[in-house]
Design a protein around this ligand. Structure first.
Ligand code: CO
Length: 433
């Protein structure tokens, strides 16, 4: 069963596929070969071994420069106009057909690098010239207006950090332990610092009519994504964003303009935003009638379920990783669309005993929160779990409790506790219980 917005079964990109294979001897491959040459034994046998054990770089990753034996003996590289990460770093998004997943298990802190922010689009990423882009605001307003990007940037700006999570994040886990890694189970959430103009500011400018209670937001992608947004709950926080982590939005996140509704499902945060129409009722678009509704066991569908409820996941150790005996800092992320995370608890015995994890400051509302929990792994089998509580007192449910209420018809808003099993050999795998 394949549904919109749902994490499809993922394959790790093959390390040895013909596309990824590095040339053993070509002008392009010299730098890589030289690195391998220097890090492995300087013989043909060493070269062959290096080819087998050193994973090839992602096709888009910059190639690493030649590595000197002693970096203090040769001048370093000159400055560059736009930075790249070190050529040795290989974390990548895991692409599906219409989405890609953030590699949560390789990240630190709470901010997601823009280049690794998850993607979800319904008909590709459009190329939009910001000089020609317009935002039309019409409907129940005093005067309809179109704004250029320059117009929008003249308004007083607002910056904040916020997570965006696809409503379909972890959807593959409803029926079985499906994702092998934290990226596959939870990678449709990311946190950025977003900058833009408050929706309320722009709506004041056009003269919002008293009877306006809903707003249609429309994107200028090839899907012309549209969603209806109730105004009252978003007026304090909604932003029309043009920047992400200090620079212009990435095309995948809506360049040049997107709607941000902190804590609400990603689909409602319309990217490539071109139109806002004010009305007094929801517009009943395709994406809120046939999709992004939650079918309950009694056959009734919940509609306009916008808020992403509290959720957490241990990102290390997590599926696909390998443990060494001794001290292990269990690390993970927790977030809630209703505000701040107030507590994260960790269990290493499958949920019998729970202990409080330390929350890394800053703990911000509607934002990924990093938690840490010190642990000694003594080589025994263990089941690692985390659960979080938010400022409303809501606690992330067990898988059993979530399914008891929601059944198996749902696709969206899966936020149950995730279990990782540590085997005696130190390997970690998905172990939903
Ligand atoms: Co929803």
């Amino acid at each position: 069963m394949k549904k919109e917005g749902m994490a499809e079964p993922q394959r790790e990109p093959s390390r040895n596929s013909p596309d990824n294979k590095e040339p053993t001897r070509s002008s392009k491959g010299i730098a890589l070969d030289r690195r391998k040459f220097l890090t492995a034994a300087a013989s043909l046998v060493g070269m062959a071994a290096a080819q087998a054990v050193i994973p090839s770089l992602h096709a888009e990753a910059p190639s690493s420069p030649p590595v000197p034996d002693d970096p203090t003996r040769v001048p370093g590289a000159p400055p560059t106009p736009y930075g790249q990460r070190a050529g040795f770093e290989q974390a990548t998004r895991l692409p599906g057909t219409s989405h890609s997943l953030t590699p949560l298990q390789t990240l630190h802190g709470i901010v997601t690098p823009a280049a690794l922010h998850f993607e979800r689009h319904h008909n590709g990423v459009p190329t939009i010239d910001p000089a020609r882009h317009r935002l039309l605001i019409h409907g129940l307003v005093g005067r309809s207006r179109t704004f250029t990007m320059d117009d929008l940037k003249r308004f007083p700006a607002v910056s904040r950090l916020a997570f965006i999570e696809c409503a379909g994040n972890s959807a593959g886990e409803w029926r079985e332990a499906r994702g092998q890694t934290a990226q596959q189970t939870h990678g449709l959430t990311s946190t950025s610092e977003w900058t833009g103009v408050a929706l309320a500011t722009v709506l004041r400018e056009v003269g919002l009519k008293l009877e306006a209670t809903w707003m249609l937001a429309e994107g200028s992608d090839a899907a012309a994504m549209t969603r209806s947004i109730p105004l009252a709950p978003v007026m304090d926080e909604a932003l029309l964003c043009y920047a992400q982590n200090g620079e212009a939005l990435r095309p995948e996140q809506g360049y040049p303009l997107r709607l941000l509704l902190p804590g609400w499902e990603g689909n409602a945060c319309i990217k490539w935003l071109r139109r806002l129409k004010l009305g007094n009722a929801p517009f009943m678009t395709r994406e809120e009638t046939s999709h992004y509704t939650d079918l309950m066991p009694n056959g009734i569908a919940r509609q306009f379920t916008f808020v992403m409820e509290a959720k957490s996941v241990i990102t290390a150790p997590s599926g696909g990783q390998q443990l060494r005996a001794g001290f292990v800092e269990i690390r993970g992320l927790a977030w809630s669309g209703r505000g701040r995370v107030t507590k994260v608890e960790v269990s290493t015995d499958g949920g019998r005993i729970w202990r409080g994890a330390r929350l890394q400051e800053p703990v911000l509302p509607k934002c990924h929160t990093r938690f840490r929990f010190p642990w000694q792994w003594k080589g025994r089998e263990a089941i690692l779990m985390s659960r979080c509580t938010d400022e409303t007192g809501y606690m992330q449910p067990s898988r059993e409790d979530l399914i008891a209420v929601r059944g198996f018809n749902s696709v969206y808003h899966y936020n149950a506790i995730q279990s990782w099993k540590v085997a005696r050999d130190g390997s970690v795998s998905n172990d939903q219980v």
